[in-house]
Design a protein around this ligand. Structure first.
Ligand code: HEC
Length: 103
C-alpha cells in the first residue's frame, strides 16, 4: 500500500513536471520563436524549418549546437546564445509534443 502511494506520487510528480515544461516552453516559443517557426511549429517564414513533431532529443541537441556555435547560423546562433538548459528543455518538449499528421 505504502509502495503504491510512493509510486503514484513519483508518477504524478513526473507527469506534472513534464506538463509544466511544455507550458513554459510554449510560452517562451510564443514570444521568441513563433515569428519564424510559426505559432504551432509550422514555419511561417521561408527559410525557417518546421519544428512541430520533431524529435525531442534532436531539438535539444541542435539548440545546444547553435548555442555553442558548433552549428553555425547567423540567426539561430544569436537566439540560442541567450537560452538556458531549462529553456532548451521546455522548448524542445513543446515542439516535440505538437502532433503532426503525415498522409
Ligand atoms: C528570425 C527568425 C527565427 C527565429 C526568431 C527563430 N528561428 Fe530557429 N531557425 C531559423 C532559421 C532560418 C533556421 C535554419 C538555420 C540553419 O540553416 O541552420 C532555424 C533553425 C532552427 C532549428 C534547427 C531545426 C533543424 O531542423 O535542424 C531549431 C531547433 C530552431 N531553429 C529552434 C528555434 C527556437 C527554439 C527558437 C526560439 C527560441 C527559434 N528557433 C527562433 C529562424 C529563426
Amino acid at each position: 500500500m505504502k509502495k503504491t502511494a510512493i509510486f503514484l506520487t513519483l508518477l504524478l510528480t513526473a507527469l506534472g513536471s513534464q506538463a509544466n515544461d511544455i507550458a513554459v516552453g510554449r510560452a517562451k516559443a510564443d514570444t521568441a520563436c513563433a515569428l519564424c517557426h510559426g505559432a504551432k511549429g509550422i514555419a511561417s517564414m521561408p527559410g525557417a524549418p518546421n519544428l512541430a513533431g520533431q524529435q525531442h532529443i534532436y531539438l535539444v541537441e541542435q539548440l545546444k549546437l547553435y548555442r555553442s556555435g558548433a552549428r553555425p547560423n547567423a540567426v539561430m546562433n544569436v537566439i540560442a546564445k541567450t537560452l538556458t538548459d531549462a529553456e532548451i528543455e521546455g522548448l524542445s518538449q513543446w515542439y516535440a509534443s505538437i502532433a503532426v499528421k503525415v498522409e
